[in-house]
Design a protein around this ligand. Structure first.
Ligand SMILES: Cc1cc2nc3c(=O)[nH]c(=O)nc-3n(C[C@H](O)[C@H](O)[C@H](O)COP(=O)(O)O)c2cc1C
Length: 405
């Protein structure tokens, strides 16, 4: 069943529509996200269309090389999966299904702090290196036992999401007043309540397959084994945002983390040259230029528009990755041509997972690979490594000024 559904996914839009049919609105809207007016979310996707790549014609490469490295780890294409907490609420395969799909694709999964599977199970299923997005369950020191578990699981890097200083507003979700997990306006995610169940019941009951799986998987799906309370028991997904927002990641934490982790640190959520430099000074090995897919501050710039300046400022010192708004293979090439080493995809795989679990994520990664390969061929470029700004069309205003027009 999942395989058949997965085969129907040929692009992002297909995954969105299949997910829309398969999960109730309360789940779908969590994946769709967007905060406040949704401006950043919209513009972040649209911005890619303004980056034009100019093909070199008259070239033919029998084979294109899609491979690259991230922090020294060879990957088969410049696409990683972004941390996306809570996806097991849409399909029981959850983060572990993503691990298997990513392993088959030969790339890297960034496991979210809010994973519903423990890192040990993910490490067992992983075919290659894994990164872990670290959040603090209430205090920085509370993360020490987590770091020990990550080391034992041979996690290759920790990712610090630094753009979550406060809770966001998800107006669409509030309107529905999520009755299954509703109530927590600050985080957009709250504890279970039957108070408003009658409002969503008709829609939930229209998705009996989802409801059956959810009910069967509920006990594990709503737990976060990498975010524990002081007594060591895992939090519920609706407790986690409150804990995380009570102690967000700040620059001053990084020296402590260097001492206690002693491995690679990636800082995710950079949108300015100043912060990129700060990450370099703090000893980050890589940064992710990201506006959180438009899920945090509405009004922030599209990540692809700030990428070139950040690459120019710090590209020689750290690896620069990008996420937010990547929807197809050509977007990957656009980001790489502008200087990103690789991209992270979020909704692209989260919707496919909601539609068809692990099979959906496998399919989406295959589609990315095929698209990137075909686009490279059409671009007249033999490898990801050769792609640079000479393939990017200059903006017309710049062209006019250089020609004196
Ligand atoms: C459903 C969902 C859950 C997410 N959860 C997290 C999270 O737990 N931690 C985090 O750092 N980012 C999280 N993000 C943000 C992603 O890591 C990534 O920055 C974003 O999805 C990229 O934009 P895109 O969805 O347009 O690809 C989440 C995104 C989505 C869509």
């Amino acid at each position: 069943m999942s395989q058949r559904t997965a085969r129907k996914i040929d692009n992002h839009g297909d995954a969105v529509e299949l997910a829309r049919r398969r999960v109730p609105k309360i789940v779908f809207h969590r994946l769709e996200g967007g905060t406040f007016a949704g401006q950043t979310q919209r513009e972040t996707v649209d911005a890619f269309e303004h980056v034009r790549l100019v093909p070199r014609v008259g070239t033919h490469f029998e084979r294109r090389d899609l491979g690259t490295t991230v922090l020294g780890h060879r990957i088969s294409m410049p696409v990683l999966t972004a941390p996306a907490g809570g996806i097991r609420l849409s399909h029981p395969d959850g983060e572990l299904g993503v691990t298997r799909a990513v392993g088959a694709a030969g790339t890297i999964q960034i496991v979210p702090a809010m994973t519903s599977f423990p890192i040990e199970a993910i490490a067992d299923a992983a075919a290659g290196p894994i990164f872990f997005q670290l959040s603090y369950p209430g205090s920085l020191e509370a993360v020490e036992p987590v770091l020990e578990r990550l080391k034992a699981a041979k996690v290759a890097a920790i990712v610090l999401t630094i753009d979550m200083p406060a809770g966001y507003r998800r107006e669409r979700l509030y309107r529905e007043r999520d009755a299954l997990h509703g109530g927590n306006k600050a985080a957009g995610w709250g504890g279970p309540t039957l108070r408003n169940f009658h409002r969503i019941a008709p829609d939930v009951l229209r998705h009996p397959r989802w409801l059956y799986r959810y009910a069967r998987d509920y006990r594990d799906a709503v737990r976060t084994p990498m975010l524990c309370r002081p007594d060591g028991s895992p939090m519920y997904v609706w407790e986690a945002p409150g804990a995380l927002f009570s102690r967000p990641v700040v620059w001053a934490d990084i020296p402590w983390l260097h001492d206690h982790w002693q491995g690679s640190i990636v800082v995710k959520g950079i949108l300015s040259v100043e912060d990129a430099r700060r990450a370099v000074d703090a000893g980050a090995s890589a940064i992710v230029v990201s506006n959180h897919g438009g899920n945090m501050f509405d009004g922030a710039p599209p990540s692809v528009t700030v990428l070139p300046d950040i690459v120019d400022a710090v590209g020689g010192q750290v690896e620069v990755l990008l996420d937010s708004g990547v929807r197809r293979g050509t977007d990957v090439l656009r980001a790489v041509a502008l200087g990103a080493r690789a991209v992270l995809i979020g909704r692209s795989y989260a919707f496919a997972h909601a539609a068809a679990g692990e099979a959906g994520v496998r399919r989406v990664l295959e589609v990315y690979r095929t698209d990137i390969d075909r686009a490279l061929a059409l671009l007249g470029c033999g490898s990801i490594a050769e792609l640079d700004r000479s393939y990017v069309q200059q903006r017309r205003t710049e062209m006019l000024s250089t020609t004196g027009g």
